[in-house]
Design a protein around this ligand. Structure first.
Ligand SMILES: Nc1nc2c(ncn2[C@@H]2O[C@H](COP(=O)(O)OP(=O)(O)OP(=O)(O)O)[C@@H](O)[C@H]2O)c(=O)[nH]1
Ligand SMILES: [Mg+2]
Length: 215
């Protein structure tokens, strides 16, 4: 189906292998979950369309799902090119994935140079970065306070999710997308009038409609 999008966003998801990156995206885009672990090889693409109200806008989100095993190589700079947002994921039930967060943050810095934690929000190259602690349905090795503290010190917003139960998946994405749009809005000097309504309402298109999810 040919759709006219008012805005297209590119989001990148990175983090150690098995932390649940693909599962988070599958939950967000298809509202599905699989217990089977199929390692992402290279890169996969997910996309989802979101309708914005007042005024009505159609936003296409394209998400680049990277392979955690890339940690042992290095993420290509082309992955990061033109990214509007980056999600760094760790597994709250695996301390080592939390300890490896710095590796991923460094790779963001190395590939972009500038992010929203450099206290320079006016920067045109500003990219929104968030940290997600996934698998909150499991017994934790990292508690919420540790995740929050680390993310705060890094200058990024922190969310916790479970791709298994779906807890907080949609909220996290919608808040992240709103932040990206707000940032883009500033960058573009309100060029084309992308506006959120008074409550910053974004309406998430119905997942049941096949046309709205291209995973
Ligand atoms: N209990 C639980 N298991 C999860 C959750 N999210 C993912 N898993 C499981 O964890 C395993 C790895 O999930 P993936 O989504 O494939 O992990 P990934 O980060 O994409 O891994 P790579 O592609 O290798 O980088 C799978 O067996 C999932 O079923 C969650 O929130 N809770
Ligand atoms: Mg994967």
């Amino acid at each position: 189906m040919n759709m006219n999008y008012d805005e297209k966003l590119k989001i990148l998801i990175i983090g150690d292998s098995t932390v649940g990156k693909t599962s988070i995206l599958t939950r967000f885009c298809k509202n599905e979950f699989s217990w089977n672990y199929l390692a992402t090889i290279g890169i996969d693409f997910f996309s989802k369309d979101i309708e914005l109200t007042n005024p009505n806008k159609l936003i296409r989100i394209k998400i680049w799902d990277t392979a955690g095993q890339e940690r042992f190589k290095s993420l290509s700079k082309s992955f990061f090119r033109n990214a509007d947002g980056i999600i760094i994921v760790f597994d709250v039930s695996k301390k080592d994935s939390f300890e490896n967060l710095q590796f991923w943050i460094d790779s963001v810095h190395n590939n972009l140079g500038k992010t929203n934690n450099n206290n320079n929000n006016e920067n045109e190259d500003n990219v929104n970065v968030i940290i997600i602690g996934n698998k909150i349905d499991l017994i934790r090795e990292v508690n919420k306070e540790e995740g929050l503290k680390y993310s705060k010190e890094s200058g990024f917003k922190y969310y916790e999710t479970s791709a298994l139960t779906g807890e907080n998946i949609e909220n996290s994405f919608l808040e992240f997308i709103k932040d990206i749009l707000d940032g883009n809005k500033k960058k573009e000097n309100k060029k084309k009038g992308i506006k959120l309504n008074n409550n910053n309402n974004l309406i998430n298109k119905n997942n049941d409609d096949e046309n709205w999810c291209y995973c």
